[in-house]
Write a protein that binds this ligand. Sequence first.
Ligand SMILES: [Zn+2]
Length: 426
Amino acid sequence: MGATKGAAARMRNTGRGATQQSSAPYNRRVVLDFIRQQGAASRKDIADMVSLSPQTVANITNDLEAIGLIVSRRQKVDKSRGQPPIAFELNPQAGNAIGISLEPGRASAALVNLVGEIRSRCEVEMDTSDRQQMLAAMLQLVARLRRESTERLWGIGVALPGPLGHTDLSFVGPTALEGWSDLSVLDELRETTGLPLFYRVDSVAGALGETLFGVARHLDDFFYLHLGLGLGGALVIGRSAYPGADGNATEIGHVPVVPGGTPCYCGNRGCLERYVSMHSLAEALGVTDHDVWTVELAQRLRNPADEALHAWCRQAADRLRDAVCIIENMLDPRSIVIGGSAPKVLVEHLVALAQPWHKSVRGGMAEPGTRLVLSDRQDDSSILGAAVLPIYEMLSPRLEVLQQERRPDVDVAELLGHRATGKRGP
Ligand SMILES: [Zn+2]
């Protein structure tokens, strides 16, 4: 019967538990994950769907209830059929995580509970290239949200524009955190707050947020386009982001799509991000990156005489159509999910303009409505993605550690009996 770790990992894709003693933490995650996906599930539902024995399911649900991660309530059914079964749900009071989304010039933060509800949010503008100002601002945001959290805090998640590490493209240009040379400011944030801290590139965080609480909750595999001040991407396979050799895979914003096109800050020309990003919109409208967020887009899009905006939209839609074709032909993803901090009204407009899509391997194959899916948390997508980082490991039954941690001892791991062995980030 003994399942190897690899076999257990494969089983997860069919929603099945593993039977080996050492797989107990994994089985807890499988059960927790099933309850999260279903919203509410009885012991019988769980046992039927995850192929664990009723006794094992009973033990696991007892444990999860005892540590406060799930709550039970009696389901309402026809009284003539006897005692209604107990259903388990994730406990919204089981604690919160703080998500911080860093973009050039601003940091937004939110307190998010275990079911993905934003309990509180705040934002601060600052010079993100000034290390001390940056740290002070993040500490201020954390302190404020911490005061508002009466339950336990799972930790801090930080989403920031990539790529990270010492690549040719890191920390250059107005869509990256210019002036940074490493992530040591995050170490200071962790040490000063005493909270576990996780970070990921914003596109990866956004994709994981959609996986746990968004439109990708029923998708194991998809491609995620993160449209914010810049443009990023993430390839999610088996509900974890494909990292590449050094954690910077799918940096789609710097794929050249126009030969001899607009110079990019990375040193190349014609990069996708130079056409499809809030930064490129700011340039076209003659406003600063700071002011582009306050442009009345809905109103201006309705005005056909607003040539600056419509000309930008047309060329952005052309490049978006190319990007979708490249992604589909390269990866054949079931869906491309678009999220990020860009206003939803703008994303919807671009997607409408970009159609019909180029011919691709998804054309004719994708089920209606699945080829391109827009985040329903668009404006909150980044912040939610950041906040899921401290809880993703707990709620997702993967055997490898997903997050790039800034601290090795994780509360989540202690609670579920599985010590994290993940690598530090690049
Ligand atoms: Zn570039």
